[in-house]
Ligand binder design. Structure first.
Ligand SMILES: Cc1ncc(COP(=O)(O)O)c(C=O)c1O
Length: 370
């Protein structure tokens, strides 16, 4: 593979930070955990941050701490990574999908109201590909219906809408740190909230149900081991300290793509929505509506054959066989999601992609389309 879809950006600073922990006696539950949580809460601007071992664990613990479970419904999007709705199902609650806005790719605000029932407990919107477009309006609808917003910010570290940071819209929000994310801890996630009780619950649930002042072998509730080790936290602290530089680098790569792919009527090229300051997660172009899924798949195949790693972010969640079967979804249920999904091409995107790399990707894409 000549150009990868994503690559982590690890400097000597990160290597040194991890090495320092490895030379210490505290590989887990040491000082780096609180240091990472405090730095993260400060960056986002929330009272609490609770580090966990993945974004998935984080979303699951948010719902558990809010008491969401069997018989409840959570409104969310079918155009996302599978973990969003999986975590709803893990609690025994039911994900209720709402189709997306074709312009922002986020949940279609106009369609949310009709899906609210007596069973609805929360709305879990996703900042798809890093964009918080429409999140102010989603919060307004949730407030009007006394619903909790759990913000899936796993793709949006550093983004903002009208100056308000992603991760501050929901009562709880979650970020993720898999290596393709804006910052990585290898694997990891972070729960954010201003609520003291919810933060305490999440901290307990991630640590075998231990209480704040209890001993190692006293457990107050059914818990999990979703802890993030100090090794991961040290990596996260070093990465987070570079977030402004990382965001700038990613903005530059996105700008090169936008410039080089402009004026090609075969492509829909992503742009920042009104009021959005994007911290780009991925760069996903779409083929114009006249192209079929089959043609898109051929483009993906030919790009891969030419050494350029691409992907079809996302495949509609409601059509994943186990979801379709358990929720009774079928093709045609969410036409915008299905139409968008059939035409997406995620292009190589990471901090240190050079202008020449971007030019090579764009040249190859245009040639394949010819
Ligand atoms: C929107 C969204 N939600 C949840 C997750 C889950 O995060 P993790 O892979 O850390 O469990 C991801 C990760 O890719 C994501 O993109």
């Amino acid at each position: 593979m000549k150009i990868h879809l994503s690559r982590p950006d690890i400097t000597e600073k990160e290597v040194q930070a991890v090495t320092d922990v490895l030379r210490s006696p505290n590989l887990s539950l040491g000082p780096k955990l609180a240091e990472f949580e405090n730095a993260f809460a400060k960056y986002i601007g929330t009272k609490h941050a609770v580090a966990v071992n993945s974004g998935t664990s984080g979303l699951f613990l948010c719902m558990l701490s809010l008491g969401i479970g069997p018989g409840d419904e959570v409104i969310t999007t079918p155009f996302t990574f599978i973990a969003t709705s999986n975590t709803v199902m893990m609690t025994g609650a039911k994900p209720v999908f709402v189709d997306i806005d074709p312009a922002t790719l986020n949940i279609d605000i106009a369609k949310v109201k009709s899906k609210i029932t007596k069973k609805t407990k929360a709305i879990m919107p996703v900042e798809v590909f890093g964009s918080p477009a429409g999140f102010d309006k989603i919060c307004r609808i949730a407030d009007n219906h006394k619903l909790t917003v759990i913000e899936d910010s796993c793709e949006a570290l550093g983004s903002a809408l009208n100056g308000k940071k992603a991760g501050t819209f929901g009562k709880m929000s979650v970020f993720a740190f898999y290596p393709n994310k804006q910052i990585t801890t290898g694997e990891g996630g972070m729960i954010l909230t201003d609520d003291d009780h919810l933060a305490d619950m999440c901290a307990s649930l991630r640590n075998q149900g231990r209480g704040k002042s209890g001993t190692w072998l006293s457990h107050e509730r059914l818990g999990y081991n979703y802890r993030l080790s100090d090794i991961n936290c040290a990596l996260g602290i070093a990465q987070l300290s570079r977030i402004d530089e990382i965001k700038t680098k990613r903005k530059q790569v996105a700008k090169w793509y936008q410039e080089m792919l402009a004026d090609d009527d075969r492509l829909i090229v992503p742009a920042e929505s009104d009021g959005c300051d994007m911290s780009w997660f991925v760069f996903v172009v779409r083929l114009a509506d006249r192209f079929t899924r089959k043609q898109r798949d051929i483009v993906l195949k030919q790009m891969m054959a030419k050494g350029i790693q691409v992907s079809n972010y996302f495949s509609p969640v409601h059509l994943q066989p186990f979801i379709a079967e358990s929720l009774g979804c079928c093709e045609g249920d969410f036409p915008v999601t299905e139409s968008v999904s059939a035409r997406t091409i995620a292009l190589p995107f990471y901090n240190n992609l050079t202008r020449d790399d971007v030019a090579a990707v764009c040249k190859t894409l245009k040639k394949v389309l010819d």
